[in-house]
Each structure stands twice: as C-alpha cells, then as structure tokens.
Design a protein around this ligand. Structure first.
Ligand code: DON
Length: 321
C-alpha cells in the first residue's frame, strides 16, 4: 500500500501548473452552456477508503452532460439484464464524434455503436425512462446516492438543450424507424436531456467515480448504489468508448476507464483504488476538457495508474490515508 500524500501533493502542483492555461473553448452549441466561466478549474480525488481531496473550484456546480451515460447504461442493465439491453445498444467503439448520426451496420439488426455516443445514450434513456417520466427522478436519486448528497436538475440547461437539440431529435427518430426505441420518443428525449442536466460539482464526480471503483458501493456513506455485477460493464465501455474519438489515444496514454462531458468534466476511475475528477470547461475539438486531459495524463504517468503499467499492482492506494 502506498501513502496517498504524494498524490495529493501532485494534484496541488498540477493545479498550480495549469491554472492559467487557457487553451480550448467552452461549448456554446447548447446556449446555456455558454454562460460557464472558462477560467473555472478544479481537481478532486476520492479513494475507495472514503478519503476526498479537492483543489480549485470543486464546489462550483455544472451540468454533468455526457458523464451521465455510463451510470444510465448501468441502470438499464440492472433493469433489463444484458441480453435485452444489448439488443438496443452495442459495445463497439465508433471512432466517430459523439453526435454522429449513424448506426452500426455490421450488427444483424441496426443499433447504436455503444452507450457513450448520443445514439446509444438515447437508446439507453428509452430503456430507463419509466412510466410517466419517473425514470428522471430515479436517475437523479441514484446519482445522488453515488455522489453522497441530493442532486437536482438545472432546468434552464435542460430547456436550452431541448429547444436546440434537433440533431439528437433526428437521431431518436432514426432509431424509432428501426424499432430500436419505442414510440414514446419525446419522453425518451426528455429523459436524455434531463440526465445530461443534473447539476454536480467536481467532488461529486470524484465520489461517483469512486463508487464505481468500489464495486458500486459509495465509499463514504457505504451504501450500495449500483449492482456489482454490472459495474464492470460500465467501466468496460468507459475504457473503450468514454472519450469519444479520443478513446484509443486516452486508453494508450492514460489507461483508465473515463468519461467526459461538454460542460468540461472528466471522471476517471482507477478500479478498486480511486477516482480523479477534473472540471475545466475549455474543450478541445473533440469535446474533451483540455486541462482535464493534461492533468489525468500526468497523474497516470507519475503514479502508474494506467491499467497495464507495471507499477499498478491493483491495490496501491487502498486504505492509504
Ligand atoms: O447530447 C448532447 O449534446 C449533450 N447533452 C451531451 C453531450 C456531451 O456531453 C458529449 N460530450 N462530450
């Protein structure tokens, strides 16, 4: 077991190193997201032994955006099992941007490539929406259990995305055409837009990630949040598809399951050890946080967090306080 203090020191050092880095641009295609402060920057760490450490703007709330996708996939698996869920969404990386309008042509029956691209996430939203929109409340409640506090939706962001989300609407109707989603297309889109609009802060994201790292149990509250048998499914698709068309490079350079969102969050999970979350709204051209990628890459290299690094022996930081 290793002492966690060097990791904390390095997080503080990386915060100082990158706090004036202004590379990238904030997302504006959802008009409300354009109101984010581009200078905001926070890094949080949460371990499976329940220690949380944060530097920078880690209490600043932002909408979770695409980081909602792995937990939604997990909930679909819990509700429907693997066989049925995988009829509606695949598990292959697409290599294409997150919002591309395409279905996997190689599968016997068309379906979205994976749950991390919009098409797959919308299909998953259809599976968990619940009668009368109850799926939204259930999603927010489960995410709150993982974060360890009550969460809520930013209605202005949800309405802004709903008003401008024509591309997602087109994807949903294309999937309706192929019977991938049911006839309640508007409810499905509301579920998807609502999931993306849950307000979190950087420390919440680290705790949600640590809950995944800790076999689905929140390491602080010790409540069971996600069914352990499906946590690996979510982590696997995060590993292969979580960073969109940067997923291969991320797996090569950082080597841990992760998910990014267009509001500037990245949640990275070192299985059975810890989670690192970064909030920094300036994005690169693929929609990933610029400082988030820099911080995670350096931490992974320095501490051997990569899944295949010879220094990663699987329990490095467990119990280290
Ligand atoms: O579908 C959308 O456009 C957003 N609500 C989520 C996009 C997102 O975060 C993709 N990420 N990089």
């Amino acid at each position: 077991m290793r002492d966690i203090s060097p990791l904390k020191d390095q997080i503080s050092a990386l915060y100082e190193k990158y706090k004036d880095d202004d590379e990238g641009d904030i997302a504006t295609y959802i008009p409300e997201l354009g109101k984010a402060n581009p200078a905001d920057f926070g890094i949080s760490l949460a371990t499976v032994s329940g220690e949380v450490f944060s530097v920078g703007n880690c209490q600043q709330e932002f909408t979770i955006q695409s980081i909602c996708k792995p937990m939604a996939f997990l909930m679909a698996l819990e509700r429907h099992g693997r066989e049925k869920t995988l009829q509606h969404v695949g598990i292959e990386p697409s290599g294409d941007p997150f919002n591309s309008i395409e279905l996997d042509p190689k599968h016997g029956r068309p379906r979205p490539f994976n749950p991390m691209v919009n098409a797959g996430a919308i299909s998953v939203a259809s599976l968990i929406k619940g009668p009368g929109g109850t799926g939204v409340a259930e999603y927010v409640q489960r995410l709150g259990l993982a974060a360890g506090r009550t969460l809520r939706i930013d209605e202005a962001v949800r309405d802004s995305e709903s008003a401008t989300g024509h591309r997602n609407r087109a994807i949903a109707w294309l999937m309706r055409n192929f019977d991938i989603i049911d006839e309640e297309v508007d409810q499905t889109l509301d579920q998807y837009f609502s999931q993306c609009s849950v307000l979190v802060n950087c420390a919440d994201l680290a705790l949600i990630g640590a809950t995944l790292a800790n076999t689905g149990e929140n390491p602080v509250t010790q409540k069971d949040v996600f069914n352990v048998q499906y946590v690996k499914d979510a982590l696997a698709v995060m590993f292969t598809c979580g960073m969109y068309d940067y997923a291969g490079e991320w797996a090569y350079r950082v080597g841990v399951p992760a998910k990014s969102g267009v509001s500037g969050g990245i949640m990275a999970v070192v299985n059975r050890q810890l989670s690192i979350a970064v909030y920094s709204p300036r994005l690169d051209t693929r929609g990933n946080s610029v400082r988030g990628i820099k911080v995670c890459t350096e931490l992974s290299n320095e501490f051997g967090l990569h899944a295949f690094d010879f220094m990663n022996v699987g329990s490095n930081f467990i119990g280290a306080m």
